[in-house]
Ligand binder design. Structure first.
Ligand SMILES: Cc1ncc(COP(=O)(O)O)c(C=O)c1O
Length: 307
C-alpha cells in the first residue's frame, strides 16, 4: 500500500482526475475515497475490460489511468496495450498494479505502461513473512519524483526486510512454475465440480479474456476465483471446511490461501460498489501455493462434501 499511495501522492494533485479499474484491491480504492478525495482528487471507477468505458470517463483534468490486470479478486483482464494507447493519446499516465502476475508473468512497461507497481509481500518475496512494495518507472523524471515522495512520506523498507525479499526472489520462477502447474489442475477440478456455479481462471477457455491472457501474459498465474451453487451460505461453509489451504488474506506465497473478499479484502467497499465491480457475496478467492496438488484437490473435495 506504500507503493500505491506513493504513486497517488507523487502524481495526483488537487483538481486532478484518475480513472481506475473498478475491481482493484479494496484498499487501493478505499484510500482514494477516504484520503485523496479530502485533498480534492477526483476519480472514476469503471470496468476497464471494456475500453470504451475508459474513453468515456476521460475528462480534461484526467492525469492517471490506474489498472490492475488480472484484477483482485475478479480476475478481469485488461488489454494493457490498447488501454495505454487510448490514455497516451490524451496525455494520461498509465499505472499498473502488476501484483497478481509478478514480473515473471507480465511486463506492463513493454506493453506501454509508464509506471508499474507490485506488492512484494506476494509472489516476489513468496513466503508471507514480509510486507513491502516496489515501484518501477520508465522515465527518469517520473522515477525521481516517485523516489523523492517515497522517502519524504516514509514508505521505505528496512534493511532486514529488503534482505528477506532478495532471498525470496531467488526462487520466484520455481515457485511460480510449480503453483501454476497446480492452479490449472485445480481450476479444471473446480470447473467440473457439480457444486461450483462459476469459475474465473485465465487459463480456462471459459474465461472471457482467455485469448487476451494468452497474448499478454506469459503464464496464467496462480489465482482463481469461483462461486458455489447455493450462494453465500454454501461458500462460507465451504471456506470454513477447507483445511490445507489457510483461511487468510494475502496471496502469492508458498502456502495456499483461501479467502472471502466481501468480508475480508474488499469489506471496505459498499455492497453496491462491490456489486458494480462484480464482487458477489459468494465469491471465493483461492491463491494456489506449492503444496502437493493431489493434497490440495483432496482438501477441496473434502470441503465440498460438507456443503
Ligand atoms: C493487487 C494488490 N495490490 C496491492 C496490495 C497491497 O499489498 P500489501 O499487503 O503488500 O500492502 C494487495 C494485497 O493484497 C493486492 O492484492
Amino acid at each position: 500500500m506504500a507503493a500505491v499511495t506513493t504513486v497517488y501522492t507523487a502524481i495526483l494533485a488537487k483538481g486532478d482526475h484518475m480513472i481506475s479499474t473498478d475491481a482493484v484491491y479494496g484498499p487501493s480504492r478505499g484510500v482514494m475515497q477516504a484520503v485523496y478525495a479530502k485533498y480534492g482528487v477526483e476519480f472514476s471507477y469503471v470496468d476497464t475490460t471494456n475500453l470504451e468505458n475508459i474513453t468515456k470517463a476521460i475528462r480534461p483534468n484526467t492525469k492517471m489511468l490506474y489498472l490492475e490486470s488480472p484484477s483482485n479478486p475478479t480476475m478481469d483482464i485488461v488489454d494493457i496495450k490498447a488501454a495505454c494507447e487510448i490514455a497516451h493519446k490524451h496525455g494520461i499516465l498509465v499505472v499498473i498494479d502488476n501484483t497478481f502476475c509478478s514480473p515473471y508473468l507480465q511486463k506492463p512497461l513493454d506493453l506501454g505502461a509508464d509506471i508499474v507497481l507490485h506488492s512484494l509481500t506476494k509472489f516476489i518475496n513468496g513466503h508471507a513473512d514480509i510486507v513491502g512494495g516496489a515501484i518501477i518507472a520508465k522515465q527518469k523524471d517520473i522515477y525521481d519524483n516517485l523516489r523523492k515522495t517515497m522517502v519524504m512520506m516514509g514508505g521505505n523498507m528496512d534493511p532486514h526486510q529488503a534482505y528477506m525479499v532478495i532471498r525470496g526472489v531467488k526462487t520466484m520462477s520455481l515457485r511460480m512454475d510449480r503453483s501454476q502447474e497446480s492452479a490449472i489442475k485445480i481450476a479444471q477440478f473446480l470447473e467440473n465440480h457439480p457444486k461450483v456455479a462459476w469459475i474465473r481462471y485465465p487459463g480456462l477457455k471459459s474465461h472471457p479474456q482467455h485469448e487476451l491472457a494468452k497474448v499478454q501474459m506469459s503464464g496464467f498465474g496462480t489465482m482463481i476465483c469461483f462461486g458455489l451453487k447455493g450462494g453465500y451460505e454454501s461458500s462460507v461453509k465451504f471456506m470454513n471446511s477447507v483445511k490445507l489451504a489457510m483461511l487468510a488474506v494475502s496471496l502469492g506465497g508458498v502456502e495456499s490461501l483461501i479467502q472471502h473478499p466481501a468480508s475480508m479484502t474488499h469489506a471496505g467497499m459498499s455492497k453496491e460498489q462491490r456489486a458494480e465491480a462484480g464482487i458477489s457475496d459468494e465469491l471465493i478467492r483461492y491463491s494456489v501455493g506449492i503444496e502437493d496438488v493431489e493434497d490440495l484437490i483432496q482438501d477441496l473435495s473434502n470441503a465440498f462434501d460438507k456443503v
